[in-house]
Design a protein around this ligand. Sequence first.
Ligand SMILES: Nc1ncnc2c1ncn2[C@@H]1O[C@H](COP(=O)(O)OP(=O)(O)OP(=O)(O)O)[C@@H](O)[C@H]1O
Length: 277
Amino acid sequence: MTRLIEGRGLAAGFGGTDVLSGVDFHIDAGEIVTIVGPNGSGKSTLMRLLVGAVRPRSGTITRAPGLRLGYVPQKLSIDPTLPLTVTRFLDLPRPSPRAKKAAMMERCGITDLTHHPMTGLSGGQYQRVLLARALLVQPQLLMLDEATQGMDQRGSAGFYALIEELRRDLGLAVLMVSHELHVVMSASDRVICLNGHVCCEGTPEIVRSAPEYRALFGTGTQGTLALYRHEHDHSHDHAGGDGHDHGHDHAHHHGQGHHAHAHAHADKHADPAEPAE
Ligand SMILES: Nc1ncnc2c1ncn2[C@@H]1O[C@H](COP(=O)(O)OP(=O)(O)OP(=O)(O)O)[C@@H](O)[C@H]1O
């Protein structure tokens, strides 16, 4: 297994604020990894550390030599007064051959948008354009920050299906960020829950037969969405027992409140977000 990128003991912050501390991260060739976490938990900051847009306060980042990275940031501001068509946009920051652009647009299902102005695209179309642009560098690692934000359930499912297809056909590794705590792409090999530090990590389970799953998603998403079951209960209770609760389902109540509850009881020593006295 080729390691594409690895971070050890990463810490980051802005001014007097610490955003991340003690974060270990890696992704190998062909893996799909999803980072989930509440708003402000440092997901985008971790992505920006990995692409080199933010410098770590401590820790190290090692990239495979010559690693090609396709990065779709969470926010990309385009001057709305610029009369930019999709095909012109794909030439930013550097031009690509027309045939290559056409091939990537076809892969992303947006061939009919070639001459469409960038303004006036739907959220889903816009993300597919950004995706096509990121693919032009023939990345080994594709990084997507909140790509399905603003899409409806069917739109997200279609987008995730496309990501799976890209992994299968192009052998890409994919690192995705989502603030949807309870829904992740079922094809994720690993899910990392971040809240200033790595709370927990595990594999998602497809619970298609669970009534909650059917109630939330119906049966029309072809299994591309799944509820995520955490591997443990976040209690970080190293002193007694193993701190695990394998039957615990976060579908309904995972979030800040749950963290606050767990930490208040058992996490005085282990959580950098709540330093021990
Ligand atoms: N360039 C910056 N300057 C100052 N503070 C920043 C900067 N970037 C991020 N932050 C702060 O760092 C914290 C973490 O932000 P980050 O965007 O990494 O979180 P996130 O988990 O991606 O959140 P969201 O789900 O809301 O996108 C936030 O409190 C944010 O205000």
